[in-house]
Design a protein around this ligand. Structure first.
Ligand SMILES: [Zn+2]
Ligand SMILES: [Zn+2]
Length: 338
């Protein structure tokens, strides 16, 4: 089978390997769609330390079951599925509480970070434990189903917000995850949602994804966005985090999703004296089923995020274009069966 290997920093090749052997509780998936994630693009040059070559990346995937292990129940060959990108142990205290994103021995498909390496889904076939699988509804194609992972991240980010308590919210940064957060907020019935970004094109899309009010951050004075019940920060640099902190009312919540900078200075007094809650949000813990439903009911909107569907052989050049931040590119989906 063919796999796309990051064999040195920023350098890919398509390699031929034998298909994986499956364990009794695994299925063998024929991958039909795998999204290129921002973390793959940032990671390929070594800067994140989480894509150490050689590794096959890819954690936003969907495909068809072609073989099942002896102990697998509830799934059969021919089933269309997506799967949780986190391989959790199922036994630690966090797993037992359903917080699989915090699992003590969490591994993520397509990540190679020194502690572990787990090859991902930029490949024709992948062995996946059946407990990570989710069936796809009949009308949902593989490329949209591959968005279940980022949509799950968005749903997880808003899980500590309640539309009956937090009615006015701002989302700072409307890249892929920011847009999906907007969609998730509107889907959950939040009343007034503001979007803030530096790019007018992204703000146009933010409207399609449900933003009631869009603000160009270049023209937005710090006093223009105040008294929000909550802010979601989806960039992760100092100016946007300061803006998030400044935008919420006393006692408000700031949910931190972006983490471009590993460290930043925060306006400590403002956080303490106004009793703000700063909450981190990472990955997904059980939001897949809801994500699949959200995708099913918002297919037309979500399709706007898919910039291209490409074969493995073209992936290296699309990685370069994404790395160069080419305008107008959102999600590029690799279909290894092409
Ligand atoms: Zn991702
Ligand atoms: Zn665990």
């Amino acid at each position: 089978m063919k796999s796309l290997e990051l064999h040195e920093l920023s350098s890919f090749r398509v390699v031929e390997r034998p298909p994986p052997q499956i364990a009794p509780d695994d299925v063998l998936l024929r991958i039909r769609a795998c999204g290129i994630c921002g973390s793959d693009v940032h990671g390929m040059d070594g800067s994140s330390g989480r894509r150490i070559p050689p590794v096959v990346m890819g954690h936003e995937a969907a495909g068809e079951i072609v073989e099942i292990g002896d102990d697998v129940r509830g799934f059969s060959a021919g089933d269309r599925v997506t799967f949780d990108s986190t391989l959790s142990c199922g036994e630690c205290a966090f797993c037992l509480e359903g917080k699989v994103n915090l699992c003590e021995s969490r591994r993520v498909f397509g990540v190679s970070c020194g502690d572990y390496k787990l090859d991902g889904a930029f490949t024709e076939y992948l062995a996946v434990p059946a407990r990570l699988l989710y069936h796809l509804p009949a009308g949902l194609d593989y490329s949209l189903a591959a968005l279940a992972e980022p949509v799950g991240v968005a749903l997880h980010a808003i899980k500590n917000l309640d539309p009956s308590i937090e009615s006015e919210i701002c989302v700072i940064g409307t890249g892929m995850i920011g847009l999906l957060i907007l969609l998730a907020l509107k889907h959950k019935g939040f009343q007034k949602v503001h979007a803030v970004d530096i790019s007018p094109e992204k703000l146009d899309l933010a409207k399609d994804f449900g933003a009631d009010c869009c603000h160009d951050s270049k023209q937005l004075a710090s006093e223009d966005l105040r008294e929000m019940d909550a802010a979601l920060e989806v960039v992760g640099i100092e100016p946007t985090i300061k803006r998030a902190v400044g935008s919420v009312k006393k006692g408000g919540k700031v949910i931190l999703v972006g983490n471009l900078s590993p460290e930043i200075a925060i306006p400590l007094q403002e956080v303490v004296t106004r009793e703000l809650s700063l909450l981190g949000s990472c990955a997904i813990a059980g939001e897949y089923s809801e994500a699949i439903k959200l995708i099913e009911t918002n297919q037309t909107t979500l399709r706007k995020l898919i910039s291209a569907i490409i074969p493995l052989e073209e992936a290296a050049s699309w990685f370069s274009r994404l790395y160069a931040k080419e305008d107008g590119l959102f999600k590029v989906i690799v279909d290894p069966s092409l």
